[in-house]
Design a protein around this ligand. Structure first.
Ligand code: XMP
Length: 513
């Protein structure tokens, strides 16, 4: 186990991914975790992440210096590197204009005698993002990389296994970045690289059995998406028929989706319950425009539906609620020090709902999307389920900009179905990670037949990504877009203009709200 100590950087989850890609299990812990707890986890190495602060500020996050006395190797990245330098007696200051402040791709020169750069080219591009600078390196450390602007790009104290880099090896823009992390794991920490999804699956099933106990039952919040479907399979493996899957149709699903989920799951050997709650959700959402407020309302209402279903099924306070929360949901909902981008709805259960159960199980909360898919395959789920494109819990509510109405939901449902149908016809769907339509709140003038229209603009979005934390807009051929546009304006009432979203994430997000 390697512990990634989180200081609030936006790329932290990528560090965890890179470590796991090397076949080494890792967990991300907040920097505030007590040292005794970290030690008890028996890690073979620590990676300190980047973060938005400056180490010399009073309020900046720090670590207990005792962490450097544990005899465990440390790799500090960006803020993590500066923190190590600062704590061990070096000096970090704000970089002066035109000296050592660096953002973006930077030519970097490495000392390949240093363990983390060994076997790599002596020169390459690295991705920098720092305004501070190590003016003085702590005693015992050597400089192991520099750039044209900055002499102190990497530091190493090989005798203690301490390494620090100013740049971000976890980001793809850093050439050979993953190999540097691999070198740290294998050459410095002595990792063996034997972490596999098969082992993870077995140990998670065993852990769930123990936590749920021999008689405990579980109510699973099932949306039919990849995450909750994989979780259903995992729980079925762990506790068999003590699992009840509750599918809440909030009236904001895609066209025919409710029926499809029901027919797929009624074939499974688990108890499946469908709750039709369109009216309940739409009345709560009436007139609400703010995206976060919509999420809060939907998250809470989901919770109340589960609580009501728990009564129905005689679920006691010794039983559990389970949700398919995955790691990006946790990160983007603002756990740790990263900014809250979006509160994903399953992080928004009202406390009284949580209190109704012995606990809330979220066994996938350390996995990335592609890892969840690998786990699904491990559990024998069919490829069509494992490879389904994600659909957010709040559904079409966050694809209707502004207030949600039944009419708007119907319009968007129809438009989205046509978009998906055309994409599937051309086979483009195999190249896309997620694609959907958004009903904007913007109206414009058009002409149809001989009449003036003043209708809504529909936006089409399609992205490619593997982890959904970053994404690129998909280059769908113009002819395909053209065909879709013609069908949409002809067949869907209330829409007279189609636009295609050409922003990546970041700076945009995948969904519009
Ligand atoms: P964003 O829009 O944050 O989306 O770039 C990343 C992935 O998360 C999905 N998403 C959500 N899923 N509840 C969910 O369950 C939400 O509130 C939510 N918001 C976004 C999105 O569809 C994409 O796959």
């Amino acid at each position: 186990l390697v512990i990634v100590l989180d200081f609030g950087g936006q790329y932290n989850q990528l560090i965890a991914r890179r470590v796991r890609e090397c076949g080494v299990y890792c967990e991300v812990k907040p920097y505030t975790t007590p040292i005794a707890e970290l030690k008890a986890m028996d890690p073979i190495g620590f990676i300190f992440t980047g973060g938005p602060n400056s180490v010399y500020e009073d309020a900046a996050p720090h670590v207990d210096p005792a962490i450097f006395e544990l005899g465990i190797p440390v790799l500090g990245i960006c803020y993590g590197c500066q923190l190590m330098a600062h704590t061990l007696g070096g000096q970090v200051t704000a970089a002066q204009e035109d000296t050592a402040r660096e953002y973006g791709k930077t030519r970097t020169y490495y000392d390949t005698g240093c363990k983390i750069f060994q076997g790599l080219p002596a020169e390459g591009t690295s991705w920098m993002s720092h305004g501070d600078y190590m003016a003085m390196v702590p005693a015992g450390f050597a400089l192991t990389a520099h750039s044209d602007n900055c002499p102190n790009v990497a530091i190493a104290d090989a005798s203690r296994g301490f390494y620090g880099v100013q740049f971000h090896p976890e980001v793809n823009h850093t050439e050979n970045g993953t190999r540097m992390i691999r070198n740290f794991l294998f050459e410095v920490c002595g990792a063996t690289g034997d972490w596999t999804m098969g082992n993870y699956c077995k140990s998670t099933v065993a852990r769930l059995r123990e936590e749920i106990g021999p008689r405990g039952r579980v109510l699973l919040a099932l949306s039919g998406g990849v995450d909750s479907s994989v979780l259903a399979a995992l729980l079925a493996e762990a506790i068999g028929d003590r699992l009840t899957c509750v599918f809440v149709d909030h009236g904001l699903m895609r066209k025919h989706e409710g029926d499809e989920v029901e027919s797929a799951f009624s074939k499974w050997k688990v108890r499946f319950v469908r709750v039709n709650a369109e009216e309940r959700f739409l009345s709560k959402l009436a007139g609400v425009e703010d995206p976060q407020e919509k999420r809060h309302i939907i998250g809470a209402e989901f919770g109340y539906v589960f609580r009501d279903e728990a009564e129905q099924f005689g679920i006691t306070d010794q039983d559990f609620l389970a949700q398919g929360t995955i790691y990006p949901d946790v990160i983007e909902s603002g756990k740790g020090d990263a900014d809250v981008i979006k509160s994903h709805h399953n992080r928004l259960l009202p406390p009284e709902v949580v209190a109704r159960f012995k606990g809330v199980l979220e066994p996938l909360d350390l996995l990335f999307k592609d890892e969840v898919r690998a786990l699904g395959r491990e559990l024998g789920l069919p490829e069509y389920l494992v490879m389904r494109q994600p659909f957010p819990g709040p559904g079409l509510a966050i694809r209707i900009i502004g207030a949600v109405t039944k009419e708007k939901a119907d319009t968007l449902r129809e438009a989205d179905a046509i978009y998906r149908e055309e994409i599937a016809k051309t086979g483009e769907d195999k190249n896309l990670s997620q694609y959907f339509a958004v009903l904007t709140n913007s109206r414009s003038v058009g002409v149809m037949g001989d009449g003036r229209t003043y209708d809504y603009t529909l936006a089409l979005r399609a992205v490619t990504t593997s982890d959904f934390m970053t994404a690129d807009w998909a280059r769908i051929p113009y002819e395909v877009l053209d065909k879709i546009s013609v069908r949409l304006v002809n067949e869907v009432k209330g829409i007279n203009r189609i636009v295609y979203d050409i922003t990546s994430k970041p700076p945009a997000t995948i969904e519009w709200e």
